[in-house]
Design a protein around this ligand. Sequence first.
Ligand code: FE2
Ligand code: FE2
Length: 155
Amino acid sequence: MQNIQPLRDFDPFNPLIEGLDLSKTDVEIGILIFDIEHRDMLDKLYHLYDGVVGGRSERDVLQSLRKLLMASKQHFDHEEDYMKNLNYGDLQKHTEDHQTLLSSLEHFVVALFSKNGSNPRDLDEVRSFFIAWHTDHILEHDRMLANFLTQKGIR
Ligand SMILES: [Fe+2]
Ligand SMILES: [Fe+2]
């Protein structure tokens, strides 16, 4: 089984997480399969971040971004399947938030295509996605879903 590493074990000086309250922004929600998927998304997000900061070619950065987009789509579909199958009351709101997150990543792909090289605005895009997904989405929507699943006996 994959070992899940909490975010707080990462380098606290990484600018991607600078200024965020890590005790609140841990990606784990207590549902094993989703914790693994969240960790995988976070790894891909860090990889994307490293590519932008390290000035890797747009092609490399685009590839990292596409991997994050794929993993996000799969994870969101997975959560939505659980919500549909269990008649979860907040399915619509939660799904809308997934769509907002996906369109911000898709928008970023288009923006990267239309210019040469990474620049400071790319970092802002990565950081704002990170905050929207990690801090806002997980804390609000995913934790609420996790409570519901726990009540159904799913861990
Ligand atoms: Fe979600
Ligand atoms: Fe999630």
